[in-house]
Every structure is written in C-alpha cells, then in structure tokens.
Design a protein around this ligand. Structure first.
Ligand SMILES: [Cu+2]
Length: 355
C-alpha cells in the first residue's frame, strides 16, 4: 500500500499540533478510527524521511531518533600502486634513480571500523567510531631485492555529537563536532633488511595528536531518491610523541541515490580530498630511504568517483532495522607532493543495525 502521500497530505492539513502530540491527543471528530490507530501518525513530517535508505558509507550522513541505538561495521580497502609526482605518473625505476634506497611497489590499507550511535533526543545523535587498521607495504630496493612490512592495530577513537541545525522536510542540515582521541600508534615497527625499524608515516595506525573533526552535512530525501553533501575538516593540535604532526585534511563529498524500491537504491558519489604534509619529523625515519619517509612528500589532492549499492532489510515503520552498502571507486584526479605512492582503487562496505 502506498501510504506516504496520504500521510503527508493528512499531516499538512492537520498541522503541527497533530504531528507533534498524536498519541496523547484524544480523537477529535475530524479523525476516523483508522487514523487514530495508524502508528505512522506518531511521527512528525521530518520523521517520515527517515524510513528509507541512507548513505551508510559516509559517517555522520544520517541520524537517529530519541532512544534509538545503532551498531555498525564498515570495511574499506584502499590499494596503492606506483607513484605520482604532481599529476604525473612516475615509474619505480625513476624514483630509485632519484636517489632513494628503496621504493614502495604497492600498499594495501584495510580499515575495519566499529561504530555505535545513540539518539539522546530527536535533534542530537552521538556517534562513536573505532577503526582497526591492517596495512601492508611491498618494497623494491636499489639492489633489486624486495621485502614486505606490515602493521596492524587499533586507530584513533572518534567521538562525535551530531546536532540538527535545520530540519524542514525534505531538507536537513547537521553540524558534527567530532573529536579524535589518539588511541592509535605512532611507533609501529617491523623487520626490514636493516633490522627492526620504525615504519613510514602512512604505516602508523594513529595521528598521535588530539584532532578536531568538525563536519557540516546536508541531507535531502523525497519519494524517488536521497541526496546529500558533507564538508569535513581534520584539524590537529600540537605534535605527537614522535615529534611531528600529520597534515590537516579537508574533504568535500556529495552523492545522489535514486530509489529503485523500498529496499534498494544505487548511488553515485564524488569525494574530493586535500591533505597537508607532515609538520616536524620523526627522527627515526631517514627521508632518503624512500619517499614515504620524507615529511615533505606526504600532502596532496585527490578526487574519487564512487559507485554504491544500498540495501535495507526488515525496516519497521520508524526506520529500525538493517542497512547494508557496498561502494567502490577510482581516483579521477590525483595531485601529490611527490614522488608519493598513488591510489589505484578503493572498495568497501558497511552494515548498520538500528534498534
Ligand atoms: Cu547510525
């Protein structure tokens, strides 16, 4: 049954009084018995837009109603292959010839993110995220030998209150005041041909600094699609115990997701990133060993194009239930302070359970 236009029209006609306090209000002569019994009248207009699919792979791109909980898991693999200097590809041999003792032929970064969310009120949602990182780098030395290093461990814990600052169907704008606690490591080491050594900046699981991670998110949804955009910054404070500070990160992403049915919507997303060089340096790393050990060769800009498939299962009338997403894509633009390893592709997925 297509009840939505009917409920929307009724809510518009009866006004905010009915929309806000339908459960305690006695039946008026204007209401029929079936209207009083309909649990959807417990919800206001804005709540109706939460019944559908959401962009689960973008943290903070949804919210929860009062007393609702969510647990989730997100996976992402980022595969790096070869080098860029600026927007130009550079061969491994060219990087070795410029004086480094080894290069990275590839790097695989797997992120397993655990998430929990709770709505203390309809206007505030709390989000907690803890990533577990699993990274592998393949090296080629100037003498032709190759070796691999790995690092694993929990990353930085992020705590984010999300506050609604504008909410008029079909639009909602949220401000997120995220703080990142340095629970990850800046001391990851592994065995290399020169012994048990400190690993490159990109192989560390944490920033080592307290980081502020604010975001502004716009969300829209109608019967046919959902869409949205998010601007996020990562601002780091001071320097870490290893003597450096990771560069700030700026991210702008926007998506559109047409609805095929109540349980499935594909999505197209564009994700633009800009991040800075490392400030200061870790004196355990020799910047001439390879480009990833040079604090001045860490920054860059990148635009990714991502295609997603979004599913929901067993959602109740108030949006509780399971949501799944698969999302993958490629960089369509990379401008790196290089030589720096370049991204080849990324692929991920997410599962959310709201209850
Ligand atoms: Cu959630």
């Amino acid at each position: 049954m297509n009840w939505k236009p009917w409920v929307l029209a009724l809510a518009l006609l009866t006004g905010p009084a009915l929309a806000q306090e339908p459960t305690s209000a006695p039946a008026t002569p204007a209401q029929t018995d079936s209207q009083v019994d309909n649990p959807l009248l417990d919800m206001n207009l804005e709540q109706l837009m939460h019944l559908e699919l959401v962009q689960t792979t973008v943290p903070g791109a949804h919210w929860h109603w009062e007393d609702d909980w969510m647990v989730g898991y997100q996976f992402m693999r980022v595969q790096n292959e070869g080098y860029n200097s600026g927007t130009t590809r550079v061969s491994n041999q060219d990087v070795l010839r410029s004086g480094y003792s080894n290069v990275h032929t590839s790097m695989t970064m797997d992120m397993h993110m655990l998430m929990a969310m709770y709505g203390p009120s309809d206007d505030v949602t709390l989000m907690v995220m803890l990533p577990y990182m699993d990274m592998t780098m393949n090296h080629l030395s100037r003498n032709g030998s190759s070796f691999q290093v790995q690092s694993q461990g929990f990353g930085d814990l992020r705590i984010s209150p999300i506050v609604s600052i504008f909410d008029e169907y079909p639009h909602r704008i949220q401000f997120e005041a995220g703080v990142s606690i340095p629970t990850g490591s800046v001391n990851k080491k592994d065995l290399t041909p020169s012994g048990f050594s400190q690993l490159e900046y990109k192989m560390q699981t944490g920033s080592g600094t307290l980081d502020f991670v604010p975001a502004l998110t716009y969300l829209g949804q109608n019967d046919d699609m959902n869409w949205g955009a998010q601007a996020r910054g990562t601002f780091r404070v001071g320097s870490n115990s290893a003597g450096y500070r990771q560069g700030n990160v700026y991210e702008l992403t926007a998506w559109i997701s047409p609805k095929i049915n109540d349980n499935f919507s594909p999505s197209l997303r564009i994700d633009a990133l800009k991040w800075g060089n490392v400030l200061g340096r870790d004196t355990r790393l020799n910047p001439r060993a390879n480009p990833e050990s040079d604090p001045g060769l860490q920054g860059g800009e990148q635009i990714n194009l991502l295609f997603g498939l979004n599913f929901s299962a067993g959602l109740d009338d108030e949006g509780r239930g399971h949501r799944f997403s698969l999302e993958g894509g490629l960089p369509i633009y990379q401008n790196l302070n290089g030589p720096q390893i370049r991204e080849a592709w990324r692929l991920g997925g997410a599962w959310n359970w709201t209850f």
